[in-house]
Ligand binder design. Structure first.
Ligand code: ATP
Ligand code: MG
Length: 425
């Protein structure tokens, strides 16, 4: 029926998706794997608000960035006029929380968080308006081993998830003074190539020329490729830090490619920057990105605290897991079929008894013929149908029929079901 009157269903907003139950087992696998690895490296979870003051992002991410210029969901609160923003990324909020709660009072801390981020972008595969990240941040460490630790942690993560062929790109963007000198060189260089610069690049030429190197515009690639390299002009300290990071990665056997054009899209980074990139997702190839940001804590009003972190783009990793055929299921062990007056009476508590022994049990709720209940048992993906008829009920027993593999139906005491399932798996 196309009649307008009937066509009034409310739909989700462009770029905002439901993650449906069929997808959540794979999401669990992804999230559980990161959680496990983060615990191995001593990172502690922090839970942060989704809404922060707009000023926080303008001051940290930077005024002349894609995020602040055009991607933020920002509004003025109707009641008190506060300027608020749905977080487009997690680092800013995490730094705010560290300062506000004095979290580095007793020394350095390793933190991680996960959740939805919001950016008003052009929607494509791997690019949504609500997306999810796991962010990892270490505060109070200035030595290169923490940069390397975070990169190696990610390598371990890809390996455990079965994701192959991701390339680690690495660069150092030095310190503020080194970038200031480089900025001048770069502006002079681009001024000689104004004819190929797009509108964004022209606008940023004097405000944020490094960001031009990060462009995705095809006709600018050659000019950016040939631009002078910041890495070549680094002073001894920055150079030593970068070499140490590279050295640790070599020792750990994690291959990397130095990409002198890698500058990252946010203003707060210094020294080490890195991205993990795949060729399997088209233009949305970066699945995790981060680096050092030693000046951000002071920039946001805290005491000088070196820091280093990264974020994983979970939707993109999810797509890659599917690409590599990684699967996950959340199937029950048992679908409890119950037919007959006595059986129906006992089924509810029998299911509880089975769950007590640790089994995952779906109780067939509501009546139904044996045949229709068995069909539902098949569809549930359960390993076994546990059949409770009046006969079994009277004897305190159950019949177990394997559903995923060929095998005899057996009958056993309710208390022996768990033992039988464990021995036959
Ligand atoms: P891109 O260059 O793809 O726009 P970015 O540099 O803006 O990425 P970051 O701010 O570094 O991204 O965020 C870290 C990661 O979060 C990205 O590498 C990506 O995996 C993921 N991500 C960023 N924006 C989106 C989005 N709109 N939809 C899905 N994932 C995203
Ligand atoms: Mg972006």
């Amino acid at each position: 029926m196309t009649d307008k009157f009937f066509n009034n269903k409310i739909q989700s907003i462009k770029g905002f998706y439901d993650i449906l139950p069929e997808a959540t087992p794979l999401w669990f696998k992804l999230e559980d794997t990161v959680r496990k690895i983060l615990a191995q490296y001593g990172y502690n979870n922090i839970r942060l608000p989704i809404v922060e003051s707009t000023d926080l992002f303008v001051r940290s991410v930077g005024e002349h960035t894609d995020i602040v210029e055009k991607e933020m969901y920002a509004w003025e609160d109707k009641l008190n006029g506060d300027k608020l923003t749905l977080r487009p990324e997690g680092t800013a909020g995490c730094v705010r929380a560290v300062i506000e709660n004095n979290l580095t009072y007793n020394g350095p801390v390793r933190l991680w968080y996960s959740g939805a981020m919001f950016r008003h972008e052009n929607v494509q595969k791997g690019r949504q308006r609500q997306f999810h990240q796991i962010g990892v941040e270490a505060f109070g460490f200035d030595s290169p081993d923490v940069d390397a630790e975070q990169i190696v942690l990610l390598a371990r993560f890809w390996a455990e998830l079965g994701i192959k062929d991701v390339e680690l790109q690495l660069n150092s963007i030095g310190e503020v003074e080194e970038r200031a000198a480089y900025r001048k060189t770069l502006i002079a260089y681009f001024e000689k190539h104004m004819d190929v610069l797009d509108e964004d690049a022209k606008r940023r030429l004097h405000a944020n020329p490094l960001r031009i190197l990060d462009t995705k515009t095809p006709c600018m690639q050659a000019v950016c490729e040939a631009a002078p390299k910041l890495l070549d002009g680094l002073q001894a300290n920055s150079r030593a830090h970068f070499e140490a990071v590279c050295g640790l990665l070599k020792q750990a056997g994690v291959p990397y490619k130095i990409n002198p054009r890698l500058v990252r899209g946010l203003d707060y980074y210094n020294r080490t920057v890195f991205e993990w990139v795949t060729t399997k997702l088209g233009a949305q190839g970066t699945i995790a990105a981060g680096g050092r940001y030693d000046n951000l804590v002071t920039q946001l009003g805290g005491a000088a605290t070196p820091a280093c972190g990264f974020a994983i783009g979970l939707e993109r990793v999810f797509l890659l897991m599917q690409e590599y055929g990684v699967t996950a299921h959340n199937a029950p062990d048992i679908y409890l079929v119950n037919v007959g007056e006595l059986a129906e009476k006992q089924a509810f508590l029998a299911a509880e008894t089975l769950r007590e022994s640790g089994l995952k049990v779906i109780l067939h709720a509501g009546a139904g013929s044996f045949k229709s209940q068995m069909k539902k048992a098949d569809r549930s993906g359960a390993r076994y149908a546990a059949i409770l008829g009046d006969d079994e009920a009277a004897a305190g027993e159950m019949s177990l029929k394997p559903l995923l593999q060929a095998g005899e139906q057996i009958r056993c005491k309710l208390g022996d079901v768990e033992k039988y399932l464990t021995s036959s798996s």
